[in-house]
Design a protein around this ligand. Structure first.
Ligand SMILES: CC(=O)CC(=O)O
Length: 665
C-alpha cells in the first residue's frame, strides 16, 4: 500500500482552524479534564497524553465517562471491563440501563426536535411532547405484542415518527432496525426478513427531489414475505392512502395518549438496534450494538469531541438507512435539539440545507463529503447569502473530504467554523478518527484519533506505522463494537469480518495514515464495500440485480472512491451473453438498480469485459482489481497463481496504466 503514501512531514501541514482559547476553556473536554484532575488525580499535558491514557487504562477511561456523564444504571456494574479481549470483551458486567431513558431526560419545555421536509412541511417537539408521544407509542407497541428482545423494523424517512418509534421500541427493550424508503424492495426484504420482526412501521409514501413515491407496494411485499410480522403500523406521511389490515399511526397515538412513560432496564449489551453492512456473499450482515455501548460511546463523541450539549442545534444530513441517523438522534443524550431533514439536499438547489442552517440556528452542521464537493463544484457561498452566525462546526463523513473540500468550508462557510472531518462506520456506529474542541484542523486531515479508540495504521506485516498508509486497525476493545451479528450463533461471521487478518486486533477495512502530529488521513475502503454517499451496500446485493438482467453473463463492481482517488467512480464491468449489446442492456440495468437497490448505487460507468477475474475457488477478485485500479503493482495486488483465469486481469491493468499514466511493462 506504500504507493498510496502521501506523507507530509511534521510541521509542514497548513493549519486551517485553530481553537479559540476561551472556547476551549468552556468546552466539555476541558470540564472532563479538570474533573479527571480534581476527582481522580489524573492530569494530562495535552490531548495526546489523555488519549494515550484512555486507550491503555480502558477501565479507568470508560468508567470515568460513565461517571462524568452520570449514566443511570438500574443495577450497578460489578466492574467496567471483564476480559479485555477482542472478540469477547464484556463491558460493565451486571449493569442494567436503558438508552431511551437517557435520550428522554431534560426539562419539559426544552426543544427536542426540529423537522423539515423538502416540500415545506415542518414541525417541532419539546422534550415534554416527545416523551408523551414515546409513551403512547410504547403502549401501542406493547398492545401489538412487542416485548423485551422483539424486533421493531421501520421503513421510514428521517422524521419525528421514526424517532418516536425508535425510542418507544428501545424503551421496551425491543430491538430497532430501520431502512430508508428509497431502498429497493429486495434490499429491504433482505434486511428485515432475517431479524424476524414482530411489528413493521412504515410510511405510505415519501417525496424526493420534487417527486412523490408510493411506498405501499414495498409494504405489501414485506408483509407477505415476513411471516413473523404480527402488525403493520402505517404512517399517513404524504396522504398516499392506506392498506387493508394496518394500524394507523395516528390512531395508535390517540388510543394510547396519556400512557405512562416507563423504561425497561436491560443488560448493558442488550441489543438496541441492528444496522446492516454487506459483503461479497450472502445476505447483508446484521450488526447488533448494545444499549450501554452506544450510550457511553455517543456521550463521549457528542459531548467531548463534538462539544454538544443543551442549547445546541445538531443537524446531520442523513436517512434512516445510514448509521449517521443513529448518531444524530443520540444528540438527545447530551441534551441538544436534533434537527431532522427529509428530502433531497439539492431540491430545489444545494442552498436548501444552508437555508435550514440559517433558519434553525444550527450550531453543528453535519453532512457527507460528496455534498461538500457538490457545493464546491457549484461555487456556492453560503456565508455570503445566509446568516450562519450560530454555526461553530461543520461535520463531514461518508467519504474522505478532499483538501479542496476543506478549503471550501474554510472560505465559503467561514474561518471560525471548525471542520470536523470524521471517520468510523456502521460497525461501531461512531467515528473513531475525528475532531476535538482543543485541537487544530490541518488541511486535508482528521484532527485526531478519538478518546478510547486505540486506532493504528498497520503495515502488511502487522506493525504500527506512522506517516505511512496502512490498514486501519483498533487494538483494544471499544464498548460500541458489535455485541454479535444477527444469526451468527457461533460468532464465526463476526470473527471473519474483523479478526481474521490480525489475531485479536480489529481490522476495519479502511486505509489510514496517522501523521506525526496525531492527526490522520483516511484513504477509504480497503475492501470492496460499495459506499455511496455513506450508504453501504454489499457487492453481492448488486450482483443479484445485475446478473438477473437478460444478456448479462457475469459482472464485477468496483467502487474506486477510497482506492487512492479522491473523486471515485462506481464502475460496473459486464460479461455479456452472446448476441447481447451493451447499449441495449445499460438502460435496463440503470433502471433495475435504481428501483431494486437505490438511486445512489447506479454505476457511473458500465464497461464490457471478456471475463471476470476469479480465484481458484471461484470468488470474484474485487479487492485485487480495486487495488490494481488504484495503481498497486499487479504482483502486489494478487497472485496470478491463485486465479482461475489470470489473463482476465489484463483489461484492468490496461485501464490502470491509462488512468495512472504508467508505462506498459
Ligand atoms: C462515521 C462514518 O464513518 C460514517 C460512514 O462513513 O459510514
Amino acid at each position: 500500500m506504500t504507493e498510496m503514501r502521501a506523507g507530509t512531514a511534521a510541521g509542514e501541514a497548513e493549519v486551517l482552524w485553530r481553537p479559540d482559547p476561551d472556547r476551549v476553556a468552556g468546552s466539555r473536554m476541558a470540564a472532563f479534564r479538570s474533573w479527571l484532575s480534581t476527582d481522580k488525580g489524573l492530569g494530562f499535558a495535552d490531548y495526546e497524553s489523555l488519549r494515550a491514557w484512555s486507550t491503555s487504562d480502558l477501565e479507568g477511561f470508560w468508567g470515568a465517562v460513565a461517571e462524568f456523564f452520570d449514566v443511570t444504571f438500574h443495577d450497578a456494574p460489578s466492574r467496567v471491563l471483564e476480559a479485555p479481549v477482542m472478540p469477547g470483551a464484556s463491558w460493565f458486567p451486571g449493569a442494567t440501563l436503558n438508552y431511551a431513558e437517557h435520550a428522554l431526560k431534560g426539562p419539559d419545555e426544552a426543544l427536542a426536535v426540529v423537522f423539515h421536509r423538502e416540500d415545506g412541511v415542518s414541525s417541532e417537539l419539546t422534550r415534554g411532547e416527545l416523551r408523551a408521544r414515546v409513551a403512547a407509542v410504547r403502549a401501542g407497541f406493547a398492545s401489538l405484542g412487542v416485548g423485551v428482545g422483539d424486533r421493531v423494523v421501520a421503513l421510514v424517512p428521517n422524521s419525528p415518527e421514526a424517532l418516536v418509534a425508535f425510542l418507544a421500541a428501545a424503551s421496551l427493550g425491543a430491538t430497532w432496525s430501520s431502512c430508508s424508503p428509497d431502498f429497493g424492495a429486495r434490499a429491504v426484504v433482505d434486511r428485515f426478513a432475517q431479524v424476524e420482526p414482530t411489528v413493521l412501521v412504515a410510511v405510505d409514501g415519501y417525496r424526493y427531489n420534487g417527486r412523490a413515491f408510493d411506498v405501499r407496494p414495498t409494504v405489501e411485499r414485506l408483509r407477505s414475505e415476513i411471516p413473523s410480522l404480527r402488525a403493520t403500523v402505517l404512517v399517513d406521511y404524504v396522504g398516499g392512502g392506506t392498506l387493508p389490515g394496518v394500524v394507523a399511526w395516528d390512531s395508535l397515538l390517540a388510543e394510547h395518549a396519556g400512557a405512562p412513560l416507563e423504561f425497561t432496564p436491560v443488560p448493558f449489551a442488550h441489543p438496541l438496534w441492528v444496522l446492516y453492512s454487506s459483503g461479497t456473499t450472502g445476505l447483508p450482515k446484521g450488526i447488533v450494538q448494545g444499549h450501554g455501548g452506544i450510550v457511553v460511546e455517543h456521550l463521549k463523541m457528542l459531548a467531548l469531541h463534538s462539544d454538544l450539549g443543551p442549547g445546541d442545534r445538531f443537524f446531520w444530513f442523513t436517512t434512516t438507512g445510514w448509521m449517521m441517523w443513529n448518531f444524530l438522534v443520540s444528540g438527545l443524550l447530551v441534551g441538544s435539539t436534533v434537527v431532522l431533514f427529509d428530502g433531497s439536499p439539492a431540491h430545489p438547489d444545494l442552498d436548501v440545507l444552508w437555508d435550514l442552517a440559517e433558519r434553525d440556528r444550527v450550531t453543528y452542521f453535519g453532512t457527507s463529503a460528496p455534498y461538500i464537493q457538490s457545493c464546491l463544484k457549484e461555487g456556492l457561498e453560503p456565508a455570503a447569502r445566509h446568516d450562519l452566525s450560530a454555526l461553530r462546526a461543520v461535520g463531514s463523513t461518508g467519504a474522505p473530504l478532499t483538501p479542496e473540500g476543506f478549503r471550501w468550508v474554510a472560505s465559503a462557510i467561514g474561518p471560525d467554523v471548525q471542520i470536523a472531518s470524521v471517520s468510523g462506520g456502521t460497525d461501531l456506529c461512531t467515528a473513531f478518527v475525528a475532531a476535538a474542541p482543543d485541537l487544530p484542523v490541518w488541511l486535508g486531515e482528521l484532527s485526531c484519533r478519538a478518546l478510547g479508540a486505540a486506532v493504528e495504521s498497520y503495515s502488511e506485516a502487522g506493525e504500527p506505522v506512522v506517516d505511512e498508509v496502512g490498514e486501519l486497525v483498533i487494538t483494544a476493545p471499544m464498548p460500541s463494537m458489535p455485541v454479535f451479528f444477527w444469526g451468527d450463533e457461533d460468532g464465526s461471521k463476526l470473527h471473519d469480518a474483523y479478526f481474521s487478518t490480525f489475531d485479536g486486533v480489529w481490522r476495519h477495512g479502511d486505509w489510514i495514515r496517522i501523521t506525526p502530529r496525531g492527526s490522520a488521513v483516511i484513504y477509504g475502503r480497503s475492501d470492496s464495500t460499495l459506499n455511496r454517499g455513506g450508504v453501504r451496500m454489499g457487492t453481492s446485493e448488486f450482483y443479484r440485480v445485475v446478473e438477473g438482467v437478460p444478456g448479462i453473463a457475469d459482472s464485477l463492481v468496483i467502487d474506486t472512491s477510497g482506492a487512492g482517488r479522491t473523486n471515485g467512480e462506481l464502475l460496473c464491468f459486464l460479461v455479456l451473453e452472446e448476441g447481447a449489446d451493451l447499449a441495449e442492456v445499460e438502460p435496463v440495468l440503470r433502471r433495475d438498480l435504481r428501483v431494486n437497490l437505490s438511486p445512489r448505487h447506479v454505476p457511473d460507468r458500465f464497461v464490457a469485459v471478456d471475463e471476470v477475474p476469479r480465484t481458484l475457488n471461484g470468488k470474484k477478485c474485487e479487492v485485487p482489481v480495486k487495488k490494481i485500479l488504484a495503481g498497486t503493482p499487479p504482483e502486489r495486488a494478487v497472485s496470478r497463481d491463485a486465479l482461475r483465469n489470470p489473463a482476465s486481469l489484463d483489461p484492468f491493468l490496461t485501464m490502470a496504466r491509462d488512468e495512472h499514466h504508467q508505462p506498459a511493462p
